[in-house]
Design a protein around this ligand. Structure first.
Ligand code: CS2
Ligand code: MN
Length: 391
């Protein structure tokens, strides 16, 4: 595997030197300063590439080339935004950056209700609690028609949860859920979210999927021409939030996307944390079924405390047997002869990083620990596999 770490660009408090010293060889980043929908020009890409090169690293994956909301809804200027997207793919490919990650989650990216769940050792993890989310949705945001989306029991449980929160904790919950997009430090406001939600009133899963497939049929020929690989990131969490459609959550979703545009370049960012948060998804089967579609690996683990709560756990310890996954991935790569880029995705917030201003999930030491553990795991399994094949 090509070991990488995400870097949010020059304004990231985690520096390229830190990433280099963590042992990563590759950088995963994006031009977060460019407004969503605009073209990533060759000079802008080259400038960033140069900074990374000077640090002795290489930019090998784009995460994310974001998809404009109008493309997701197939309205307004979406045709122009698709044209721009194609040019950005061409420009990135011309600069030698061939793996492009994106997602098709309406409005929000990943969602957690608690960014600071305290582990036994004092480090902090990201957690999703459905009761907290429902409380936010029904009683804090008060989304129109929200009543229909939850059962009476769910609302009662949520109210019970909310009754234990102080005003400060409620404000924090609000802030956590309405976290801005990755790389942005600006949260959504309630007004913004409510107005954005209105735009999705007529869009259900079928329509959103149709729009994704249209988008893919438009960009696939360009990706093919320039040798780019598209890696869709699964929904996180892998189910609907705020009544929004979500179409990259289950194995059936993946099948529909891959069947509709049957080229390998129409592929997946295999995020074990996102897909693994739904116990019905089989991470192993996804490798068996779609190994040739996997272009990028996000390796992390989650732990389901109950039917309604999951939290991020240590990379090697959680509901996913990551050693089985890594072994299967190594066998796959032995076959395809492609060394897939991987990153440890999120990490815990360790006390050494607690006073630094980092993006939730993206402090240095927690990810360094994840990367180091995964690196050791890979080495051990690779050694075992060579021993076995020598026998
Ligand atoms: C990432 C996602 O931070 C994360 O959880 O895995 O935000 C990911 O970058 C995007 O969804 C990809 O478009
Ligand atoms: Mn991920």
């Amino acid at each position: 595997m090509q070991q990488t770490m995400r870097w949010f660009g020059p304004q990231d408090s985690v520096k390229l030197l830190d990433i280099k010293q963590a042992g990563a060889a590759g950088i995963v980043t994006a031009l977060h300063q460019i407004p969503v929908g605009e073209i990533w020009t060759v000079p802008a890409i080259k400038e960033r590439q140069q900074i990374i090169k000077e640090a002795g690293l290489e930019w090998i994956v784009v995460e994310s080339l974001p998809v404009h909301e109008e493309i997701k809804r197939a309205t307004g200027n979406y045709l122009l935004y698709i044209e721009n997207y194609k040019i950005s793919i061409k420009n990135l490919s011309d600069c030698g950056i061939k793996v492009i990650t994106y997602n098709f989650m309406p409005i929000l990216d990943w969602v957690r209700t608690n960014h600071n769940f305290v582990n036994e050792d004092g480090s902090k993890a990201l957690l999703y609690n459905q009761d907290a989310f429902t409380y936010f949705d029904v009683y804090l945001l008060k989304r129109p028609n929200v009543e229909n989306d939850y059962s009476e029991t769910e609302k009662e449980n949520a109210l019970q949860f909310g009754s234990q929160l102080s005003e400060e904790e409620k404000a924090l919950l609000f802030k956590n859920v309405l976290l801005g997009l990755p790389g942005s430090k600006i949260n959504f406001t309630a007004e913004q979210i409510l107005s954005l939600l209105e735009d999705y009133a007529d869009i259900d899963n079928a329509k959103l999927r149709e729009n994704l497939i249209y988008f893919l049929t438009q960009i696939a020929p360009i990706a093919s021409e320039y040798g780019a690989k598209l890696a869709i990131h699964p929904d996180d969490p892998p189910f609907s939030v705020l009544g929004l459609p979500r179409i990259v959550s289950t194995e059936e979703d993946l099948k529909a996307i891959f069947d509709a545009v049957p080229f390998n370049l129409n592929g997946l960012c295999y995020c074990t944390g996102s897909l693994g948060a739904n116990p019905d998804n089989s991470l192993e089967r996804i490798i068996d079924d779609y190994g040739d579609r996997i272009h990028f690996l996000h390796l992390r683990n989650t732990f389901r405390e109950s039917e309604t709560i999951f939290r991020e756990s240590e990379h090697l310890k959680g509901d996913t047997k990551i050693e089985i996954i890594v072994e299967k991935l190594l066998l796959l790569m032995n076959k395809t002869k492609v060394s897939l880029p991987m990153r440890p995705d999120h990490g815990f917030l360790h006390s050494v990083d607690a006073t630094k201003e980092t993006y939730p999930g993206y402090s240095l030491v927690g990810r360094l620990k994840g990367l180091a553990e995964l690196r050791g795991l890979e080495m051990g399994i690779a050694y075992k596999l060579t021993q076995l094949s020598a026998e």
